[in-house]
Write a protein that binds this ligand. Sequence first.
Ligand SMILES: [Zn+2]
Length: 297
Amino acid sequence: MLKGFCVIKNYVSFLFICVLWSCSHKNFSSIFANESNPYPTAELAIRIGEAQVLSIPTNGDVKPQRLICNDVPIMFHEMGTTLKAYVAVPVKTSIKSFICELTYLLDKKEVKAIVAKVKILDKEFQSEVLNVPQTTIDLSKKDLERYLKEKEIIAKAYATPNQAPLFYRPFVAPLNSVLTSTYGRKRIYNNQKENQHGGVDFRAAVDTPVPAANSGKVVLAMDLFFSGKTVLIDHGLGIFTMYAHLNKLKTRVGEYVPQNAIIGLSGMTGRVSGPHLHWGVRVNSINVDGMEFIKIK
Ligand SMILES: [Zn+2]
């Protein structure tokens, strides 16, 4: 009798603890959903300023709806029985880890599952001093107006990325020449202004043909105040590449270009200290190191 009472008492205590625990844990539903969760949890370790592929085996019975990594929506694509997405970490971040959560429909009900736990690894970056025309630091009213207008045009070009991938092969570096500046370098312009390099610079004599790093759709091809004659390619799945300081544009907005298509000739337009090709890779709104990105197969 006493033994039976203890069992019931322990069971009630257990339920009580469960209720208390569920109130204090926001991921309670997703943890309990694991029993029927068709998605495994991947463990990724990504260095700051880099990206990695998240490949999740899927099950045809469920319908993925949204993928959120570090509270930000991430583009994904389902091909056959695999869901693919690129997860990037910004060069500046104060956190050490985050999770990716997938919302999917199961029996017409939305269910959440943690599909990745991402650990952020640190990286050191060098710094460099650059000398550029002072007028590109202290902008005149006219230049400032131009820059602000162009900022909007650039934001618009990035605003509606193609969800499905427009590429079928790994990315390649546009040039094989020496890197005159690496990604993430802390730059001090004329001993005044500081920023961190969002791309890589290739040594390139004026008028060197510049090929596209992968197939995609050209979403911007124009002369900009800071980056000079610039081409922006949308590769789908949240990935864009940028080619700046060109001497000549060899493509136009709306054109679908294959990998290695010549999209311009290198030059020294915009804010530069000499001729080179600036190449940028952006993954889900985060600038990443292109030289690391091309290692993803
Ligand atoms: Zn650059």
